[in-house]
Design a protein around this ligand. Structure first.
Ligand code: SF4
Ligand code: SF4
Length: 292
């Protein structure tokens, strides 16, 4: 363990972590905590700070894998559901909202797992990872996330991912006008179920920083998303490279603006896209135009 620790410790700053061994491999569970942004003021969109934490922990994992390989360790991906591993290792507790709550950070963390061949930590029985872990007992008498979800994606049976706003944003397809309205100001991410969760009650939400304000105003987003790849560059560390798709982001922005009190001001911005060849964008432009 000492050689493994010596290799990884310098890279574990500002992360929560735990080690556990299963079936001849050791898994390093990593969590990057974050402080959520409060609901944005009028004229600004919400982009979930989770994605910044998620990018950060993804790169920490990559750095750890490279350092371990350089030190002669064999690394591997985790074959188990993260939630199952986290629950069995005591790293987090599964919730009704289908997320995991960490004892210190509630659901406000992004998680990654890196495997290393060899046994360097207390061993878990692989059989426990095959079963779905029970939800936190607190959830049995709470249910606030179920009531808060505007998409009715959550139930006692779990989540219907295809209904969740996150999936609709991902595909940029909104089956009903109401599903688009349910997005509210949430350009990327939703967070309604996490905001109401009592297990996050002690974690502060903070207002947009000046830097976020400069990037998340409707004007700034519109300018960036209509300027091609160059315009998207300042959003790379926030959204991650995979999500920098101008057509998709502009479509989501039109829908967010249509949901706001500012729709009238932006009608003109939608007009050039009404006949766009990408139906996601033309439909979103039409949604905004119709709201004026
Ligand atoms: S993220 Fe939003 S849409 Fe998805 S389950 Fe939570 S509240 Fe519902
Ligand atoms: S809101 Fe209540 S039911 Fe939902 S995950 Fe949090 S504690 Fe569990």
């Amino acid at each position: 363990m000492s050689a493994l620790l010596k290799t990884v410790e310098p890279l574990l700053q500002q992360t929560e972590h735990a080690f556990v061994s299963v079936n001849g491999c050791t898994f390093l569970l990593l969590a990057a905590p974050y402080t959520q942004m409060a609901q944005p003021p009028e004229g600004y969109a919400f982009i979930d700070r989770y994605y910044v934490a998620s990018n950060r922990i993804y790169f920490v994992k990559k750095q750890l894998a490279a350092a371990l390989q350089n030190a002669g360790f064999e690394t591997l991906d985790c074959p188990y559901p993260y939630k199952h591993l986290a629950a069995a290792a005591g790293f987090g507790v599964p919730l009704r909202s289908t997320l995991i709550a960490h004892k210190k950070y509630g659901t406000r963390f992004a998680m990654e797992v890196l495997g290393v061949r060899g046994v360097y930590a207390d061993a878990l029985d692989e059989a426990v990872l095959k079963e779905h872990p029970p939800v936190h007992p607190f959830c049995e008498r709470c249910g606030k996330c179920l009531a808060a979800c505007p998409q009715k994606a959550l139930s006692k049976a779990g989540i219907e991912p295809q209904k969740c706003t996150r999936s609709l944003q991902e595909k940029c397809e909104f089956p009903t006008a109401q599903s688009s309205r349910n997005m509210g100001a949430n350009l990327w991410g939703c967070d309604l179920c996490q905001r109401v969760c009592p297990l996050n009650a002690k974690l502060p939400e903070t207002p947009m920083t000046d830097e976020e304000k400069a990037l998340f105003s409707f004007d700034a987003l519109l300018a960036a998303f209509t300027a091609g790849k160059k315009g998207l560059a300042p959003y790379r560390e926030i959204l991650g490279g995979n999500y920098l798709r101008p057509v998709k982001l502009l479509s989501l922005l039109f829908r967010v603006i249509a949901n706001s009190e500012q729709a009238d001001r932006y009608r003109g911005a939608a007009l050039p896209f009404l006949a766009h060849s990408d139906e996601r964008l033309s439909a979103a432009a039409s949604e905004l135009k119709g709201k004026s």
